[in-house]
Design a protein around this ligand. Structure first.
Ligand SMILES: N[C@@H](CCC(=O)N[C@@H](CSS)C(=O)NCC(=O)O)C(=O)O
Length: 314
């Protein structure tokens, strides 16, 4: 089993926690321990490492870090393009997926404030953006799909038909989204909202889960059409039924992590490893403050961020 996880440099404690929980060889690719680009291999096969503090100060001794050259990365699979991009106010992840041969690309969960960045990346790579897709009607930020359509009119917006939101294409359970030689399977994963979808990229063992499951967490269920029992069933039936090595990419992370796997969440998710009754109780007692942008975001996202165009028509 191979894991790949990208973490922000300051998250020494997170690294230590993963080294402990996964109990396998960890290779840490870092530009922080020395200024350039060494690759560090932390072998922990024989037990838990004892790193307690800052990687820079302690890990070299405690974890026996061996340096390698960045060329260790050179052989990686390049028959697809994958970019995970962060919007750092709402901590939303946007994903660019593309087929480098046909140049067809899709965007998952673009954020309105980051549209210029996303389009620049797409143009720099010479890609043709086919679809701008939402995993659901977000409550914490305005989707970028409307702005993208203004700038790239051939691009089609997509959202779940179960969300009742407007878009060029309304997706249903079992639909396929095709881009070049690739396709995503659409799985309905309601519970955070009625229209939450998970997009499964079987060819690359990945799934884009929106807010259905987060890394060691899950989407809240206290507004829109939130329903904890439904969310529990969605995750168990539609996400935990994927092979254990599938990497899960969520729409948000608030702790600096970037991805997880089906296997990890089935073992370690503090909410979804519980019984359904316990899960419902946990969700009822979360008491999270409402997202700051909710009043602006939900109405805009019901029209896939095309709200200015809607106003202009009136
Ligand atoms: N503080 C943020 C909102 C944080 C939040 O509520 N996140 C949602 C997903 S976006 S609606 C969530 O489901 N969180 C689950 C959790 O356990 O944190 C803001 O003001 O935007």
């Amino acid at each position: 089993m191979a894991y790949f996880m990208q973490m922000r440099p300051f998250l020494c404690r997170t690294v230590t926690k993963y080294v402990g929980t996964l109990r396998c060889e960890i290779r840490l690719f870092s530009g922080t321990l020395s200024k350039l680009d060494p690759v560090f291999s932390l072998s922990t096969k024989k037990g838990y490492p004892s790193c307690k503090g800052c990687l820079e100060k302690n890990c070299k001794q405690n974890l026996k870090i061996k340096t390698r050259k960045m060329s260790a990365l050179a052989g990686r699979d390049n028959d697809y393009i994958f970019r995970q991009l962060l919007e750092y106010t709402s901590f939303t992840y946007t994903y660019i997926l593309a087929d480098p041969e046909s140049k067809e690309a899709i965007l998952i969960d673009p954020v309105i404030e980051m549209v210029n960045r996303d389009i620049k990346i797409i143009e720099d790579m010479g890609l043709n953006l086919k679809y701008a897709i939402n995993t659901h009607v977000h409550a914490d930020h305005v989707t970028g799909t409307g702005e993208i359509k203004k700038k790239i009119p051939s691009c089609k917006s997509m959202i779940s038909k179960y969300s009742n939101a407007k878009a060029d294409v309304q997706l249903s359970e079992g639909d396929k989204i095709k881009f070049g030689k690739f396709e995503l399977e659409v799985r309905s994963t309601p519970g955070h909202t009625d229209g939450c979808l998970t997009y499964v990229w079987h060819q690359k063992n990945m799934a884009f889960t929106g807010d259905a499951i987060l890394i060691r967490g899950c989407g809240r269920t206290d507004f829109q059409q939130g329903n904890s029992g439904r969310l529990y069933d969605s995750v168990h039936n539609q996400i935990f039924s994927l092979p254990p090595n599938f990497t899960l990419y969520p729409a948000h992370d608030y702790t600096g992590q970037t991805s997880t796997t089906v296997e990890e969440e089935k073992k370690l998710n503090p909410r979804l490893t519980k019984t359904k009754e316990e899960f419902i109780k946990i969700m009822k007692e979360l008491n999270l403050p409402y997202p700051k942008q909710i009043d602006r975001a939900v109405p805009a996202n019901m029209v896939c961020g095309m709200f200015e165009l809607q106003d202009a028509k009136k």
